[in-house]
Design a protein around this ligand. Structure first.
Ligand code: AMP
Length: 595
């Protein structure tokens, strides 16, 4: 995320941003119908809409009538329904298929959460709303955690490699397009004096070299750093873990005014050397001393020790990022962890208006101008439901103005970028209201991740089970670095495999117990029944070598993902990933007894 633009904002601008939002939140229902009208007017006549709406003259309809007409004629869609249109765009068809505005950029979305990368259009609107939500979030943050004007921000952000389709369309992650956009440049120009890393470091395309330079420059400006940020929390943990090995080399560079030979990209070398022009032995020895102390306490409190003026750590820490909270807290010591906003490559959704809440309690207040949002009510099935392929029953979608407190929903988007009634696949719960707009609690991706037969477990279910199992590690001093899972059905009976990468040594007896506890912690009725009847076999816990999850990250980066948007897949059937995981197993445990 790009919160550093906030530094240049006066309190007047913050106030303006908040009062704009409070106003649209008050009138959210009306703002939504108007937002839909604007989307349909801007894209009137495009092939996709013509197919469903025919020649209806929307100009003459009032917004409410248009909303009912639209939701009755245009069907709910998945990415697969829009894929043929997106493919034609990628192949160079310039007719107005989804939007009137020509699409020149496509983003890669959720490749890491669903195992398959999807293309979605990226337009000027995408970059504009990114800037808008960053400034709005910064305005709310400034109420609780004011930062010093003229300070700097250590931003651990990365662009992916971009490529061209055969039709000449540029493909990259949404954050990559944003970093290359006019909006980002304007922001960079305004705030140049405040970021630690220059553009050449962000967009190098080599995350290892970028991480080194981000850390080096972050330390070079350490006394000025006001907060530390990344898009997803994973990147912060990844960078600080790398720092545990890199610090000595970084200290030499600061001491001698040099740049490690591991930085081979000429543009990045030049840009970083332009900043670190003179040797700074006193800063280097101060950092070295602190690192030696930190090494003795397993880097506990790294952030406040190395960045003494940092006010908080800011990043997405909810959903699949929650497992990294423990490590983040370890590094941040008592420093506040501020959870960032909710969005996707397809559209921004909600802003965190209560930044002082701990990440576990954070909700996202829907911004009703970003897209037209609908909500499919979901009901959990706790009975035997072998005929249903999903773990939820659903009802007809409702507009934002009709959502109910405590109800779970799947989000449906109609965007300015040509997605119409598009099922995002995220499950959220309405946990309150901010004036007239809902506050959402992110629950999980809807897609079932672990299923052998009638059992149905989501990412959230797996997360809870792993949390229970890994609690046993606390006595050992070892820690869980990362995890994933696989539903093995090649042999009968099928069973779940959970892969763990650990830091530190753990006795086999304890790991066997972790395996048993995890098996017993799945509460899904289908799983419990199947385990009792042995139609699902004992849970298998596989311990993988140190660095296995780094190999998985490298595999995704090699396929065009960016570190900024990376999320470890919590369940996989991808053959390449399974080959990496299975090739790195060092120990296996099976849970035999089942109550
Ligand atoms: P992508 O577009 O591939 O970067 O991934 C977007 C997805 O990341 C969303 O659909 C969510 O599943 C997840 N996500 C984004 N923001 C948050 C958040 N604040 N909390 C939890 N999950 C999030």
């Amino acid at each position: 995320m790009e919160p550093n633009m906030s530094n240049c904002r006066s309190s007047y601008e913050y106030g303006h941003s908040i009062s704009w939002f409070e106003d649209i939140a008050e009138n959210a229902g009306k703002v939504q119908t108007e937002t839909l009208r604007r989307i349909l007017e801007l894209n009137s006549g495009v092939e996709y809409l013509k197919k469903w709406l025919g020649e209806v003259n929307i100009q003459e309809m009032d917004a409410t009538a248009l909303e009912s007409l639209y939701t009755s004629l245009v069907p709910l869609a998945s990415h697969a329904d829009l894929e043929p249109y997106i493919k034609r765009i990628a192949d160079g068809d310039t007719a107005p298929l989804l939007t009137q505005e020509a699409i020149t950029l496509l983003s890669l979305s959720s490749g890491t959460t669903e195992g398959r990368q999807k293309f979605v259009p990226f337009t000027k609107h995408s970059a504009r709303t990114t800037l808008q939500i960053f400034s709005l979030a910064a305005a709310y943050r400034s109420r609780f955690y004011p930062i010093r004007q003229g300070g700097r921000i250590l931003e651990l952000i990365y662009s992916s490699k971009q490529f061209k389709t055969k039709g000449g369309i540029t493909v990259g992650t949404a954050t990559t397009h944003y970093y290359a956009s006019e909006e980002f440049k304007i922001k960079q120009e305004k705030t140049k004096c405040f970021t630690c890393s220059p553009q050449e470091v962000i967009s190098s395309g080599d995350y290892k070299q970028s991480t080194y330079c981000h850390l080096l420059l972050g330390l070079f400006f350490s006394d000025e750093v006001e907060f530390i940020t990344s898009t997803f929390a994973y990147s912060i943990v990844q960078a600080f873990t790398a720092f545990e090995d890199l610090w000595k080399e970084i200290c030499i560079d600061i001491k001698e005014g040099t740049l490690s030979s591991r930085i081979t990209l000429p543009k990045m070398r030049e840009a970083v050397m332009d900043i670190i022009t003179t040797p700074n032995p006193s800063l280097a020895s101060r950092i070295e001393e602190r690192c030696k102390e930190l090494e003795g306490v397993d880097w506990h409190g790294l952030v406040p020790k190395l960045w003494p003026n940092a006010k908080y750590v800011y990043s997405i820490m909810t959903g699949s990022m929650q497992p990294y909270l423990k490590k983040l807290r370890h590094y941040a010591l008592g420093l506040p962890l501020v959870s960032a906003d909710y969005g996707s490559t397809e559209s921004w959704i909600g802003v965190n208006v209560d930044p002082s809440l701990p990440p576990e309690d954070v909700t996202f207040t829907v911004v009703p101008t970003f897209s037209y949002f609908e909500f499919i009510p979901l009901y959990r099935q706790n009975q035997d439901c072998s005929s249903v392929s999903d773990d939820f029953l659903e009802d007809e979608p409702v507009p934002l103005s009709k959502v109910k407190l405590g109800q779970e929903y799947e989000i449906v988007l109609t965007t300015f970028t040509g997605l119409y009634r598009y099922r995002l696949g995220d499950v959220v719960e309405v946990s309150g209201f901010h004036k007239g707009t809902p506050k959402l609690n992110f629950i999980c991706r809807r897609k079932l991740i672990l299923t052998v037969n009638i059992d149905k477990n989501t990412e959230k279910d797996l997360q809870k089970v792993v949390e229970r199992g890994s609690q046993l590690l606390s006595k050992t001093g070892a820690e869980l670095v990362d995890f994933t899972s696989h539903a093995e059905v090649a042999n009968q009976p099928g069973h779940y495999i959970i892969y763990w990468e650990l830091k530190g040594e753990v006795e086999e007896g304890i790991l066997g117990e972790c395996c048993r506890v995890m098996d017993a912690s799945f509460v899904d009725h289908g799983y419990v029944v199947s385990r009792r009847t042995n139609s699902i076999g004992p849970l298998e816990l596989c311990i993988v070598q140190t660095g296995t999850f780094k190999k998985i990250l490298d595999h995704f980066i090699g396929n065009g993902a960016a570190l900024s948007q990376f999320k470890t897949p919590r369940c996989t059937s991808d053959q390449v990933l399974l080959r990496i995981l299975n090739g790195c197993i060092i120990k296996r445990f099976h849970s035999t007894a089942y109550a």
